[in-house]
Ligand binder design. Structure first.
Ligand SMILES: Cc1cc2nc3c(=O)[nH]c(=O)nc-3n(C[C@H](O)[C@H](O)[C@H](O)COP(=O)(O)OP(=O)(O)OC[C@H]3O[C@@H](n4cnc5c(N)ncnc54)[C@H](O)[C@@H]3O)c2cc1C
Length: 392
C-alpha cells in the first residue's frame, strides 16, 4: 500500500532474513501451532505458547523498518501469505496477530517520528503485542480533552481480541474538545497497565468458535492519557484506501482456516483409505481449485495494494477479495463436511473446531455494504471489463 508518511530514515532493510525465510519460518510454526490447537482451544484462554513462538521467531517485529516485511518494502503479497499461514495454524492466533500487524500499519502511516521510535522500541525491547479495538456497542468510547491538556476516557469496546494480553491496543473513540464539541474519530494507543482487571468482562465472550481469541468487552472509563498517546489526527482511522483496503488482511487469515480444513480432510480420507472413490476425488479436486483461487486472489490483491492505483479501485479490489474469499471458505466447509460425514465431525477429529472457528471468524464488518460498493463501482465505471482494475 502507499505510504503517506515519508520515512527516509527507515528506508532500508537489514541484510539477513528475506521474506522467503520468513515464509518458511511461519510455515513451520503453523504446523507447530496446529499440533497444539486442540489444547489451546480447550483452555479457552489466550494462546501464550503460540505468541511466544511468534516472538522468538522475530515475527512480532517483521513489518518494522529494516525488517524483512517492512511496510516500506511494499511486499503486501508476502505479508498476506504470512497472515494466511498464521491463521492456518490457529485462527484465533491469526486474528490477534492480524490486529497486531494492523496496529503497526496505522503507526507506520500516522505516528510522528518520536512516537514511532517509542512504540517500536517498546515492541522490540518488551515484546508488547499491539491490536486495534474499534468495535463498540451503545456505550462506546469518548476521549475528552481536560483543562490541564490531558485526555479522559469514557465508555467501553466490545470484541477486544487478545484482551489484556494485547498490551498496546489502538482504541479509537469520539474526540471531545474542552467546550464539548465533537472533533472526530481519534485513535489512541493505550498502555494496558492502566486498565484494572475489573474493567475486563470475559462474560461478553461466549462464542461458538474463536474461543482463544479472548475477544472480551473492556471498559476504559476514567483512564487518562497524554497528547503523546494520541495517534494521528481525528478521522485518520477511516482514511482511505487504508481503512477498507485492510480487509485483504483478514481475508488472508480466513483462507488459512480453509487451507487447514483442506489438509485435515485429505488426511482423514487417506487414513480411512477412501481416496480412490471418484466422488471423494471430485470433491477434493473442487476444494483444491477453491484454495488455489483464494491464493490467486491474495496474490493479486497484494499486487493491487502495492500499485499506485486510483483509491476507489484499491478499495473495491479489497471488497472483491474479501467477498470472494468468504464464499470460498463457506464452500470449502460444505465440501469437507460431505467428505468426512458425521463420523468425521466427532472429536477428537479437528473438523468441529476448525468449522466453528472459521464460521465465527468469517463474520467481519459490513459484508453486504462491501459487495454493494463493488456493484456501485463497476456500474458507474466506463472502462471495459478487461481494464477495470489496471493501474491508472
Ligand atoms: C472472532 C472475532 C474477533 C474480533 N476481534 C475484533 C477486534 O479485535 N477489534 C475489533 O474492532 N473488532 C473485532 N471483531 C468485530 C468485527 O470486526 C466485526 O465488527 C463484527 O464481527 C461484526 O459483527 P456482526 O457480524 O455482528 O455485524 P453486523 O454489523 O450486525 O452485521 C451482521 C449482518 O447485518 C448486515 N448489516 C449491517 N448493518 C446493517 C443495517 N444497518 N441494516 C441491515 N443489515 C445490516 C451486515 O451486512 C451483515 O450481513 C471481532 C469479531 C470476531 C468474530
Amino acid at each position: 500500500m502507499k505510504a503517506i508518511v515519508d520515512d527516509p530514515v527507515y528506508n532500508e532493510t537489514l541484510p539477513g532474513n528475506s521474506s522467503q525465510d520468513v515464509l518458511q519460518q511461519i510455515a513451520q510454526l503453523s504446523e507447530q501451532m496446529a499440533g497444539i490447537a486442540h489444547q489451546t482451544n480447550e483452555s479457552e484462554g489466550f494462546p501464550h505458547q503460540e505468541f511466544d513462538w511468534l516472538a522468538a521467531a522475530g515475527l512480532l517485529e517483521v513489518v518494522l523498518p529494516k525488517q524483512p516485511l517492512s511496510f516500506q518494502q511494499q511486499n503486501t503479497a508476502s505479508l498476506l501469505q504470512l497472515l494466511k499461514l498464521a491463521g492456518k495454524g490457529n485462527l484465533s492466533v491469526g486474528r490477534i496477530y492480524e490486529g497486531h500487524i494492523n496496529a503497526l500499519y496505522l503507526i507506520h502511516l500516522f505516528a510522528r517520528q518520536t512516537q514511532k521510535k517509542n512504540w517500536y522500541d517498546t515492541l522490540q525491547q518488551s515484546k508488547h503485542i499491539f491490536g486495534v479495538w474499534n468495535t463498540e456497542a451503545q456505550d462506546g468510547v469518548s476521549i475528552i480533552k481536560q483543562p490541564d491538556g490531558s485526555y479522559m476516557l469514557k465508555g467501553a469496546k466490545t470484541f477486544c481480541s487478545g484482551a489484556s494480553w494485547v498490551t498496546r491496543p489502538i482504541v479509537p473513540g469520539k474526540l471531545i474538545g474542552e467546550d464539548g464539541t465533537h472533533l472526530g474519530w481519534q485513535m489512541c494507543i493505550l498502555p494496558m497497565e492502566k486498565v484494572h482487571q475489573e474493567a475486563i468482562d470475559p462474560s461478553f465472550w461466549k462464542p461458538m468458535g474463536m474461543k482463544s481469541s479472548v475477544s472480551y468487552k473492556i471498559s476504559f472509563e476514567g483512564i487518562t492519557l497524554t497528547e503523546d498517546d494520541l495517534l494521528g489526527k481525528p478521522n485518520d482511522y477511516h482514511q482511505q484506501p487504508h481503512f477498507s483496503g485492510g480487509a485483504i488482511r483478514f481475508a488472508a487469515v480466513q483462507l488459512g482456516g480453509a487451507e487447514a480444513i483442506f489438509d485435515a480432510t485429505r488426511h482423514y480420507l487417506q487414513t480411512l483409505n477412501r481416496t480412490d472413490d471418484p466422488y471423494q476425488k471430485m470433491r477434493l479436486g473442487e476444494m483444491a481449485i477453491l484454495i488455489e483461487t483464494g491464493n490467486l486472489w491474495l496474490r493479486q490483491a497484494g499486487e493491487q495494494a502495492d500499485q499506485h492505483s486510483e483509491e476507489d479501485a484499491t478499495i473495491n479490489y479489497a471488497n472483491m477479495t474479501r467477498t470472494a474469499i468468504e464464499k470460498i471458505c463457506i464452500e470449502i466447509m460444505q465440501l469437507a463436511e460431505r467428505c468426512v460425514g458425521a463420523r468425521g465431525l466427532l472429536q477428537p477429529h479437528p473438523f468441529s473446531r476448525l468449522h466453528a472457528d472459521l464460521t465465527t471468524y468469517l463474520r467481519q464488518p459490513a459484508p453486504d455494504a462491501a459487495l454493494a460498493q463493488v456493484g456501485h463501482y463497476v456500474t458507474h465505471e466506463t472502462n471495459p471489463a478487461h481494464a477495470l482494475w489496471t493501474a491508472r
